[in-house]
Design a protein around this ligand. Sequence first.
Ligand code: PLP
Length: 445
Amino acid sequence: MSQIAKTKLTQTQLDAHWMAYTGNRQFKQDPRLIASAEGHYYTDIDGRRIFDGLSGLWTCGLGHSVPSINEAVAKQIKTLDYSPAFQFGHEKSFLLAEKITEFMPAPLNRIFFTGSGSESVDTALKIARAYWRKKGKGTKTKFIGRAKGYHGAGVSGFSVGGIPANRTLYGQGLESYHLPHTQVPGTEFSKGMPEKGKERAEELLNLINMHDASNIAAVIVEPMSGSGGVIVPPVGYLQRLRQICDEHDILLIFDEVITGFGRMGAKTGAEAFGVTPDIITLAKQVTNGAIPMGAVAFKQEIYDTFMETGGADYMLEVPHGYTYSAHPIACAAGLASLEAITQQNLIDRVKEMSPIWEACVHQLKAASPLVTDIRNYGFASGMSIAHIDGEPAKRPFQIAMRMWEKGYYVRYGADTIQLAPPFTTEKSEMDSLINALGDTLKEQH
Ligand SMILES: Cc1ncc(COP(=O)(O)O)c(C=O)c1O
C-alpha cells in the first residue's frame, strides 16, 4: 500500500472516505489534514498554525475548543448521552428553545430541533405545506427560492437552492421556481448593503402571476447569501419581498443557517436588515459547530394552528422529526455557546468591529485587477475573482491552496473567495489575513 507524504494514512484509507463537497481526487493526492484547533487557529498534521478565515464552515464564531462548551459537552455525555427524541424529553431542550427565542424576532417563539441546516430547511418547507393544508389551502405547495441561494444538500434544499452546480446531477426535485439574485451590475465594491437592486424583488410578482398565489406555499431566501459568495441584500429588497408575501398570503422563510446568532452584528439577519419572516432556519453557530444541531423558529401562529387542529391530545400534531432532534449533548453545547455569545457581548463586538473588517477587505480592490467585486456585511465578506477562460472555479481554488500553504484557511466556491473570521478576531489578525490574500492575488498575475 502506498503511503501519502505528510500522513500515516494509506491510499486505501484515503480512498475509503468519499469526502463531502470535496475534489476527492485532488485532495487524496495532496491531503490537507487538520490535527487540532484552538481559538482562531488550526494546527495541521505537520504542526503548522493556520488562521481560520471562515470560522470552520461559518460555524465557530467563538473560535475553537471553547472551554465552557467543552465542559458542558463532557458533563452531558457522562450524565445523559442520549434520550429518545419522540414522546419523551429532557430538560435541556426546553432551556435551549427558550434561549434561542431570545435571539429570534418576537413572534418567532416556537423552536423545532433538527440535526443540521439541511434538515432545518426540510422541516421549514414541510411545515409550510402542512400549514396551508391545515388552513384549508392544500393547493399551496410550490416554493420560490432564489438564484445563487444555498439551502443545504437535501432534496428540498437542492430544489429551492439556486447554485447550478448543486442541482444539475440530481434530476427532479420539489416543484420550485427562482427569483433572480441581487448582484446587479453597477453595485460592485458596495460597502455593506448595495443601494441598487431592490427592484429584483418585483420578479416575485411575475412568478405569482405565472403560478398563482393559491399554488405557492413559501418564498425561501437567505437574508445574506453565504455560499453564493456573500451577496448582501440591497436596501429595501427584503422589505419588498415581505410586502409582496403579505399581500399574497405566502409564507416568507429566512434561511439563517449562516446569519443566525451574530455573524451580521445582530442576533439574526432579520434583525440586521429589519424584516421579520414567518419562519427562520438555523444551525451552525447554535452549538459553535461543536456538535451537529439545527433548529427552526416558527411564528407562534403557525405552531398554534397545528395545536388547534391536532385532534385528541395524545395524537401527533405533526408527524415529523429526527432521531437526533434535540440531542442532549447538542443541547448542552447550544446552551453553552449561546450563553458565551451573550456573556461576552459578541454581537455588539461584531457590530462595532464591522467597519474595521469592511475597510480591511476593501483594500483588496487595489491589490489586484483580478478582484472584480468585493461584498461585505458584519464579519462576512466575499469577493469575485476574474475567470481563467473556460475554468471559472480554478483561480479561487488556486488562491485558497496558496493561502493554505501560507497558513490561512479561506473558503473558495465557484468564482468567489469567502471570508468569515471568528467574532473575537483582532484587527492584527484581520490585517495579516488580508495582506496574505493581497499578496496571493498579486502572485496570480
Ligand atoms: C444558508 C444555508 N442553509 C442550509 C445549509 C445546510 O446546512 P448543513 O450543511 O448543516 O446541512 C447551509 C450550509 O452551509 C447554509 O449555508
